[in-house]
Design a protein around this ligand. Structure first.
Ligand SMILES: Nc1ncnc2c1ncn2[C@@H]1O[C@H](COP(=O)(O)OP(=O)(O)OP(=O)(O)O)[C@@H](O)[C@H]1O
Length: 937
């Protein structure tokens, strides 16, 4: 039976009639009626009234295009592109010759359509490489509706328009069309900086500009996003939009008679990505900030940077980020200096206040609008009262009987969540810490509405999916998911987070309790968003609050979004300040600590953009800090001189006094080529030089140490538990101890620290020493992973978040590539080859004897070991096995399988059978390929 919060809104009205903004909830056991009356009008914007574009371009001004009745042609297009969109649904669209064509939006049928267009209806498919390109003709355009993506004005190829339509976008919002129509943008002649509220549809403007560059002009595009999750999401989106687009591969020699046609290469680059393609092959690179910077450096070094047509900076406010903002600034500065390459720069954000300064800096057109497709209702909640942001009482929440709901904030969270879920809506609850997410999740379970058998089964399916992940079923999720509640924070593995996000997206999970990282990291909107004003002990920043508030309201699913900022009465002062705080203006982070300036100068010198006094000052003039500092030269000059001196002392640059120019040394070039900061470059150089002299291959300890990412061994990411480290070091055999000594780790020092010693990081030597110990500590964890210990066991052993361990396993491969690049630029080819040789083991996460098996999908780590121990030692042996035998082994490999009840195990078996069938089929294919390869040899 459903357990409901005993809280009832309005109980405290004490007999008086609820006012128009107050509604009473019944006191019986009937589920509560809607908690809130309609929102205060001043916070509500309807899509039509909220359109308010403020255009301040330096070119001709413009008013929003007038509304006019839709023509028949528009109707056809919008039917084709906007509604339904299910696979295989028949749509009507005008064909390229202006006639009406009945066609099918199923991609398979689009192929058929193309074939028929070129070869007649009886033609058979031909290989794509020799086939003429898909429609490049612009004549089929919708000539009347300028908001339609098919309008000739936007110059998008038919396949692109179809791709967008497939993603639910057929028409632009008026502001998007107005922004794109600003002079010089479509022609790629001017840069663009624009700002619009969250969910306003900013991405489409940049996407259209990028796609035009790639498809129409055949230049490359880089799209820069701050977090891995959104890089992955954007890569998936662009792949879907551009799936059907083929472009000409230029003729290579005079014997090439005709152009070949290829699909576009859209590649996601981030710390954990294993992209095989590089700058040369890609068409669109969707990157994290660091990867984008490294790509541009490589392109400059290659002298192919003129192939780059556009760089899009999504979330431009990241410029102000203390840790990574300066890399964004540095990247934009380099692009501004590459005047001859003619690269279009596009930047956007929802939370910028000094956009004009940024537009001036980026030599960009500036566009600002306040459009929000889904109106927002915003509330402040304290002491069981709900107020509008202009302090009018909207409703009351009555106090509750249960002890755990005595606290008014918890009571409000539970009541508001219950009400939204009861109405069938999704809820995001932003909490102040990871543990609070889990606590609130557990509490909510008791008050979630009852659901039917079908939904219960769907949720059990999620439990089964979670149980088959590498970490097994989390005990808290096991309790919360059946009630439709989950939590989402950095402590979970990516696999878990993806499963939860996906289940929430399809409505199987109704509530996610999450930390602030989700506000900016994952695009999961909700009808109702409940927000704690704190992050840890501190209050949220206005930017973060804005991001969270903006998550309310799903385009296409909700008529409006609601957010509730729930605080304690004693926090009211600072919370009101927070609500009314203007968005902070973005400040450059380049001048803060000299580390960032050093990196900016090193990269300028290594890429030869700034080698002399003149070019250096030109380079510095292109930075944001130059534009935002009152007397830039006076302020910057001493800092620049200081940074240059440091770089010289670190051995990263040298100066030719006679010729009057700077150049990067080998280490400097290797540092820039590997995308490292000057400090990281020097540290890695020291580490690799030591390895070059003494490489210990007796056991895998030394090699694992070399693959441990140096970013995971900073103070911010890991704290050594010295007692634990002592235990682990004591377990090492002689070869392990020798490896430890080679890298600079002394067991005696570890013992001293475990007994209460201190290691003060007060000098460069001590900083470096602490770094080595931290790296070694992390390498012990990585070694366990490579020795097939499951992520959750390693995490538990080291009392560290599962997310950290899983990230470690995904980033070590990327770091191996970084080390390889470093060695190659240094000319240490032997070491580079050695690292490369061992790095492929990192892909598999298994010991050498299992490497062959690990080529089979789903046969990794523990599973591979169980297969091996049970006689399936090779791909051939697996290919000769059968589904039943494989299911038995897969059952053995399930972590924490006992957590699932008997009935659940039955259903899980079905899942394992499917998996076993895939394994068997893959093993047969791999084995056949191996035989073919052997025969050819
Ligand atoms: N013209 C359009 N027609 C229909 N849907 C659109 C249109 N433009 C954007 N969308 C959809 O609106 C949603 C939000 O768009 P988008 O992610 O671009 O917003 P945003 O302004 O970048 O928001 P945020 O600042 O939160 O990232 C997406 O699902 C997108 O597909």
């Amino acid at each position: 039976m459903e357990n409901r919060p005993s809280t009832r809104l309005g109980n405290s009205l004490n007999g008086r009639h609820p006012g128009p903004r107050e509604r009473q909830l019944p006191d019986n056991n009937i589920p509560p009626p809607p908690l809130l009356p309609p929102p205060p009008p001043q916070h509500e914007r309807s899509p039509s009234t909220s359109y308010h574009a403020k255009r301040t371009s330096r070119t001709s001004g413009g008013t929003p295009p007038p509304k006019r009745p839709r023509t028949g042609n528009e109707e056809q297009w919008s039917r084709w592109s906007n509604d339904g969109g299910g696979r295989g649904e028949l749509k009507v669209a005008p064909d390229w010759s202006g006639n009406e064509t009945t066609m099918n939006t199923d991609h398979g049928d689009e192929d058929q359509y193309q074939r028929e267009r070129y070869f007649g209806s009886n033609s058979t498919p031909t290989p794509s490489a020799s086939m003429p390109p898909p429609s490049t003709s612009l004549t089929y355009r919708d000539t009347e509706n300028e908001y339609s993506l098919a309008h000739a004005k936007w110059g998008l190829r038919r396949e692109v328009v179809m791709g967008f339509s497939h993603c639910g976008i057929g028409q632009m919002y008026p502001w998007q069309a107005e922004c794109l129509a600003m002079s010089g943008l479509l022609a790629g002649e001017s840069n663009l900086v624009y700002t619009a509220p969250t969910s306003a549809g900013k991405s489409l403007v940049a996407d259209i500009l990028a796609i035009r560059k790639v498809v129409n002009e055949r230049r490359k595009a880089i799209i820069v996003l701050p977090f891995i999750a959104i890089v992955q999401e954007k890569t998936r989106f662009l792949k879907k939009v551009l799936e059907k687009v083929r472009v000409a591969v230029p003729k290579r020699g005079r014997w090439d008679k005709a152009n070949l046609w290829k699909h576009l290469n859209i590649i996601g680059f981030h710390g954990g990505s294993k992209a095989r393609m590089g700058w040369k092959e890609l068409d669109v690179a969707v990157c994290t900030i660091e990867k984008a910077n490294a790509l541009v450096n490589a392109a400059i070094e290659d002298r192919t940077v003129n192939q780059l047509g556009i760089v899009v900076f999504d979330e431009l406010h990241m410029l102000g980020d203390d840790h990574r903002g300066y890399i964004l600034e540095l990247l934009a500065t380099k692009l501004l200096c590459l005047t001859e390459a003619n690269i279009q720069i596009v930047g956007m954000s929802a939370t910028l206040s000094n956009v004009r300064v940024l537009a001036t800096w980026l030599k960009a057109q500036f566009y600002e609008c306040a459009f929000r497709p889904i109106p927002l209702q915003e509330h402040l909640v304290y002491d069981n009262n709900i107020y509008s942001y202009d302090e009018k009482l909207v409703a009351k929440i009555s106090p509750s009987e249960p002890k755990e709901l005595k606290d008014p904030v918890t009571n409000a969270i539970v009541s508001l969540t219950h009400e939204a879920v009861k109405g069938g809506h999704g809820v995001l609850v932003f909490c102040e810490s990871r543990s609070r997410c889990e606590d609130v999740g557990r509490l909510l379970v008791k008050f979630m509405p009852a659901v039917n058998e079908e939904i219960r089964e769907e949720r059990m399916e999620i439990i089964r999916d979670l149980a088959t992940t590498s970490t097994g079923l989390d005990p808290i999720l096991e309790k919360t998911v059946p009630a439709g509640v989950a939590f989402h924070h950095a402590g979970l593995t990516t696999e878990e987070r993806d499963l939860i996000a996906e289940a929430y997206d399809r409505g199987a999970i109704k509530v996610i309790c999450c930390t602030a990282t989700m506000a900016a990291g994952v695009n999961l909107p909700a009808r109702r968003v409940i927000i704690s004003p704190r992050m840890g002990r501190d209050f949220l920043s206005p930017t973060m609050l804005k991001q969270m508030r903006g998550r309310a309201g799903r385009k296409g699913r909700d008529t409006h979004g609601e957010n509730y900022l729930c605080c304690r009465k004693e926090d009211l002062g600072p919370v009101k300040e927070l609500i009314n705080a203007p968005m902070p203006s973005i400040q450059s982070c380049l001048g803060g600590e000299t580390g960032s300036l050093k990196r900016a100068l090193l990269e300028g010198i290594a890429t030869k953009l700034a080698t002399s006094d003149d070019s250096l000052s030109e380079y510095m003039r292109a930075t944001l800090i130059y534009h935002t500092t009152p007397e830039p030269l006076k302020y910057l000059k001493p800092k620049i001189l200081d940074a240059i001196e440091h770089l010289k002392q670190m051995g990263l640059i040298s100066e030719d006094r006679i010729q009057g120019y700077f150049h990067a040394t080998g280490v400097g070039n290797a540092t820039v080529a590997s995308g490292l900061s000057p400090e990281e470059g020097v540290f890695l150089h020291d580490e690799l030089s030591r390895a070059l002299m003494n490489f210990n291959l007796e056991s895998d300890m030394h090699i694992v140490y070399q693959f441990t990412p140096i970013h995971s061994s900073t103070t911010a990411s890991v704290n050594i538990d010295w007692k634990l480290m002592r235990e682990e070091v004591e377990k090492l055999d002689e070869s392990g101890i020798r490896a430890a000594t080679f890298v600079g780790v002394s067991p005696a020092f570890v013992n001293k620290m475990a007994q209460g010693g201190t290691l003060r990081e007060d000098s460069p030597q001590n900083i470096s020493k602490a770094r080595v110990y931290r790296r070694f500590y992390v390498s012990l964890m990585l070694r366990e992973l490579l020795n097939e210990k499951p992520v959750h066991i390693v995490a538990a052993n080291y009392n560290i978040a599962r997310g950290f361990i899983q990230q470690l396993s995904t980033t070590c491969k990327g770091f191996a590539t970084i080390s390889g690049t470093f060695c190659r630029v240094m000319g240490w080819t032997g070491l580079a080859v050695l690292l490369e040789h061992y790095s492929w083991r990192l892909d598999m996460g298994v010991k050498a004897d299992l490497m062959s098996l690990a080529r089979i999908p789903f046969v990794k780590s523990v599973t591979a070991r169980i297969f091996h121990e049970n006689g399936l030692k090779s791909v051939e042996a697996v290919s000769a096995s059968n589904v039943e035998a494989l299911v038995k082994l897969l059952e053995l490999a399930q972590p924490k399988k006992l957590r699932l009840r008997e009935a659940e195990m039955g259903k899980m078996r079905g899942r394992l059978e499917q998996r076993a069938a895939v394994i068997l089929e893959a093993a047969v294919t791999i084995y056949e390929q191996d035989c073919k390869d052997a025969a050819e040899e």
